[in-house]
Design a protein. Structure first.
Length: 101
């Protein structure tokens, strides 16, 4: 993965498929070497095709009820308007809450 990212940022590769979570670093790595643009990932079948989700998730694995409660409260905060407005600029992820967009 790092070799592909370096090749893209150096202008040796014409395009790359990347998570939006890497966009902040890609912008920094490309700098002003060329105009960076993003686009939707093309689908062979735009009507029935789907892309997998990933990355932007919260997983609670503890069996301790108090820790589950605390983790759930944090997950709700992080996915809420304020939490998402903090996470999105730092990561480049698409907001999961339209109030944070």
């Amino acid at each position: 993965k790092p070799a592909g990212e370096q090749a893209f940022a150096a202008g040796k590769v014409g395009f790359e498929f990347q998570t939006t979570g890497a966009l902040v670093n890609t912008i920094k790595n490309v700098g002003d070497k060329f105009t960076l643009r993003t686009a939707k990932i093309p689908l062979i079948d735009p009507i029935n095709g789907h892309l997998p989700t990933g990355g932007n998730a919260a997983v609670i694995l503890t069996k301790d009820a108090a820790k589950q409660d605390a983790a759930w409260k944090f997950a709700k905060f992080a996915a809420g308007p304020y939490g998402a407005s903090v996470v999105v600029p730092g990561t480049g992820y698409v907001p999961n809450n339209e109030l944070a967009a």
